[in-house]
Design a protein around this ligand. Structure first.
Ligand SMILES: C[C@H](O)[C@H](O)[C@H]1CNC2=NC(N)=NC(=O)C2=N1
Length: 89
C-alpha cells in the first residue's frame, strides 16, 4: 500500500496514526482488568482474522502496532483489524 493510500485510509480511522512505519493506536482504560479484557477481545479477533497485533500493556495502557510482514508494510488487513478493534470500544 503506497504512502498516499495509507494517508487516505487514515481519514477513516481518526484515532490511529503511523509510528515506525506501522499503524498505531494507544489506549487508556480505567484499570488493568479493563485493559486485559480489551486485549482478550482483540486476541480473539486477531485469531479469527488470522492477523495479529504487535502490542504492549502496562497496567491500564495498551499500545497496538499493526503491520503486515508478508507485504513488508501496512496493508488492507491492518486497516480491517484496526477498524474491528475500534468497534470493540
Ligand atoms: C503464516 C501466517 O498466515 C502469517 O504469519 C500471518 C499471521 N498473522 C499476521 N499478522 C500480521 N500483523 N502480519 C502478518 O503478516 C501476519 N501474517
Amino acid at each position: 500500500m503506497s504512502a498516499a493510500e495509507v494517508e487516505a485510509r487514515l481519514g477513516d480511522l481518526p484515532d490511529w496514526g503511523i509510528d515506525q512505519h506501522k499503524l498505531f493506536r494507544h489506549f487508556v482504560f480505567s484499570n488493568f482488568v479493563d485493559a486485559w479484557g480489551f486485549m482478550s477481545q482483540v486476541a480473539l479477533l486477531a485469531e479469527t482474522m488470522n492477523h495479529h497485533p504487535e502490542w504492549s500493556n502496562v497496567y491500564n495502557r495498551v499500545e497496538i502496532y499493526l503491520t503486515t510482514h508478508d507485504a513488508d508494510g501496512i496493508s488492507e488487513k491492518d486497516f480491517a483489524l484496526a477498524s474491528q478493534i475500534d468497534s470493540l470500544l
